[in-house]
Design a binder for this molecule. Structure first.
Ligand code: UDP
Length: 314
């Protein structure tokens, strides 16, 4: 079986490549290193069944060998990147989805689209089911991500309707773990807080810190995504994959300070525009359809992530 993973050098994509290489699939990893890094995949370069193609998936690309599955994960995903790279984000999720679907169509391959909880925007229904249509500000700073992922989903379903391509759409909620970047515009809240805590720096709380997220450990997320990709009865399905318990950002900061034994305290900064107040998935569909639910508790997942940071920065 040959699988294309776009964004394969990214946080989630690189774990998918790891699992597929281990399972003896032929893996073609496409990435332009916009936010992915060579260090995420360099350990795979010697594997016979792994091939890296440095390429921007918003540009056409053709393959001669048979392709069985296309997994489209390429996109910047950090809110801080939304300010600097809105056009590239749009291209990755619209043109990129189009091109990746074109590959699937040409080869009769199955298609997995990495969508996002952001299609729900500032959800008014929490925990949010797949049937909720969203509350998105198209011209806000998050619009480039939210609207391009929404368009990406719509393009997938168009290919399902018109060409009967076997598409599956994962709405991925906040995920964390080793390999997630902390620096600059790439930094999401968990790696930023761990990085700050390990240096006894102040943890930077945006707004009052009472906004919530639901944090899924990366191995659970990958298991959910692969179940959605492989399960025969999931063609055309849209499924939330995430951790079903909410935590406030303040609680997260306190937990990370405690776990790392840090002397850090917190500093408060303005709330980013359109930052959702609450985010939590309803995962009944994943439970019923895929027999999936996360296994890793937040505290243990944070401990493992902090250990990875400690080992790398020791
Ligand atoms: N956040 C924070 N401090 C930081 C980074 C993020 O308080 O240094 C907050 C951010 O405002 C948001 C939440 O943490 O409410 C999650 O942010 P993240 O960047 O991980 O992505 P999001 O879930 O908003 O897409």
């Amino acid at each position: 079986m040959t699988v294309i993973v776009t964004g394969g050098a990214g946080f989630l994509g690189s774990y998918i490549c790891d699992v597929l290489v281990e399972q003896n699939a032929n893996v073609i990893c496409i990435d332009n290193y916009a936010s992915g890094t060579e260090s995420n995949i360099s350990h795979l370069f010697d594997a016979e069944n792994f091939r890296f193609v440095r390429h921007d998936i918003a540009q056409p690309i053709f393959f001669d060998e048979n392709i069985d599955v296309v997994m489209h994960l390429a996109s910047r995903a950090s809110p801080l990147e939304f300010y600097d790279y809105p056009i590239q984000i749009f291209k990755a999720n619209t043109l990129g989805t189009w091109i990746a679907l074109g590959i699937a169509k040409r080869h009769g391959a199955r298609f997995l689209f990495a969508s996002t909880s952001e299609v729900y925007g500032s959800a008014e229904v929490v925990p949010t089911p797949e049937t909720y249509n969203g509350n998105v500000n198209p011209v806000g700073v998050r619009g480039c991500y939210d609207e391009s992922k929404r368009a990406g989903e719509a393009i997938c379903i168009a290919y399902k309707r018109q060409h009967n391509i076997d598409v599956r759409i994962a709405r991925i909620f906040n995920t964390y773990g080793p390999r997630m970047r902390a620096e600059g515009v790439y930094g999401r809240v968990v790696p930023r807080f761990i990085y700050q805590a390990l240096r006894n720096e102040q943890l930077t709380i945006f707004g009052d810190g009472k906004q919530t997220r639901s944090f899924c450990y990366v191995t659970d997320q990958i298991e959910g995504l692969l179940r959605l990709a492989w399960f025969d009865g999931a063609s055309g399905e849209v499924v939330n994959i995430g951790y079903p318990e909410e935590t406030t950002i303040l609680e997260l900061a306190e937990m990370i300070i405690e776990i790392t034994g840090s002397e850090s305290n917190m500093s408060f900064h303005p709330q980013p525009e359109d930052d959702p107040r609450r985010r939590c998935p309803l995962i009944d569909k994943a439970k019923n359809l895929l027999k999936w639910k996360p296994e890793m508790g937040l505290r243990e997942g944070l401990r493992r992530t902090a250990e990875w940071w400690r080992a790398g920065t020791a």
